[in-house]
Ligand binder design. Structure first.
Ligand SMILES: *Cc1c(COP(=O)(O)O)cnc(C)c1O
Length: 371
């Protein structure tokens, strides 16, 4: 079996998506399943859809096109403001896009007119995290301009927190989003059918019993894939945190001193690295590196320590045991390591299908990025 590889347990992912969907449905909140960490893999999209998510979201038009080519026909939202140079592709393949620039909305309108289709727009509002969004005081003006754009449907508003600055969703910022929805509806008629409160980091607030106001949608990526709350990376009760595993192969295994020798200068990736002297150790090297993973985002098996990484090598201290060349070592990944592994063409992707889908066979499929 090819290594390195990412193994996706689609059954566990299905469980995570269904469990979160059920908890939020009781609150009247729909889930947009975010596919960007899986590069729009149609298999992942289909698992999300079969678990009951109402729509899909991705930040890249390329990934949305991958899903369309793979036969995914569910509503898909481009959750990053479209590039002006991509508006034709956006109106063709995405039903809705998140927007914060009037020029882009006008260009989407022109593209939709040309393509003889309609395109929906959700206006993103800046509520403090200082990533994307229209400042609240400018929202009404942009909404009015959007309503005047031919072939564009204003579907609602949204916000995104806890990404750039770590601003946590709470009753204050979520209350403000609800009030802005009310304000728009009062000024323009019922235009805000979607009020998208945020990403996985909104779960703690949404499930806390707080008044959710008009929030009726969340966009979930990390919580479904990793079962973690991005606010503090704590496990979410009842979810699997081991649905995704990285497997890499040992290419060198030797007893070596633990401390480097010679004149120490900068390394390939760090200004300075200190090696501590703890005698002779069992050092193994895996054929995977910075190009494929974020070494800080890997959790090794018990008893194994990650010592360092260069572009193509990951050095481990395997403790008392020497590990044979050719052995496979498994890791859990955080979001950053997952993103990098997913986008590395050198890491194979293996999808373990849910039992239902494979008529009671446990079936493994290997796909490389190229397929
Ligand atoms: C990536 C992204 C999400 C999903 O975030 P998670 O923390 O993975 O749930 C939601 N909304 C936007 C705008 C995003 O870019």
């Amino acid at each position: 079996m090819s290594t390195p590889r990412l193994e996706f347990d689609l059954k566990k992912i299905h469980h995570n998506a269904s469990a979160l969907g059920a908890r939020l449905e009781r609150l009247g909140i729909s889930v947009t399943g975010v596919t960007k960490a899986c590069m729009g893999q149609p298999r992942y999209a289909n698992i999300l859809l079969s678990s009951g998510v109402s729509s899909l979201g991705d930040s890249r038009i390329e990934n949305i096109e991958t899903m369309r080519r793979g036969g995914v026909s569910a509503p898909i939202t481009l959750i990053r403001s479209p590039m002006l140079s991509q508006v034709d592709r956006v109106v063709r393949h995405a039903d809705t896009s998140f927007n914060s620039e009037q020029d882009v909305i006008s260009a989407l309108s022109a593209a939709a007119l040309k393509a003889k289709c309609r395109h929906s727009v959700v206006l993103m509002v800046e509520l403090g995290d200082l990533r994307e969004g229209i400042l609240p005081r400018d929202l009404l003006a942009v909404a009015r301009q959007t309503l005047d754009c031919p072939n564009i449907d204003l579907r609602g508003i949204g916000t995104n927190l806890a990404c750039r600055s770590g601003v946590a969703p709470d009753s204050k910022n979520m209350g403000e989003l609800s009030r802005l929805a009310d304000m728009l509806d009062t000024a323009c008629g019922p235009v805000t059918s979607v009020v998208s409160g945020g990403n996985s980091s909104n779960l703690k607030w949404a499930l806390s019993g707080a008044d959710i106001g008009r929030i009726n949608n969340l966009r979930l990526g990390e919580a479904i894939l990793l079962g973690l709350d991005p606010l503090d990376r704590s496990p979410i009760a009842g979810l699997h945190t081991d649905a995704i595993t990285l497997v890499a192969e040992v290419i060198e295994s030797k007893l070596k001193p633990s401390q480097a020798w010679g004149v120490i200068a900068q390394t390939a990736f760090d200004d300075q690295v200190e090696t501590r002297d703890c005698g002779t150790i069992n050092q193994s090297i895996l054929a995977i590196g910075q190009q494929d993973i974020d070494p800080d985002g890997l959790t090794p098996p018990h008893g194994i320590e990650i010592l360092g990484a260069s572009s193509d090598h990951l050095m481990l201290n395997t403790g008392k045991h020497s590990v044979a060349v050719g052995s496979e070592i498994e890791f859990q990944l955080n979001y950053s390591a997952l993103l990098r592994a997913m986008t590395s063409p050198f890491v194979a992707k293996k999808y373990m299908k849910p039992i239902k889908e494979t008529s009671m066979r446990s079936d493994f499929l290997i796909t490389s990025l190229a397929s």
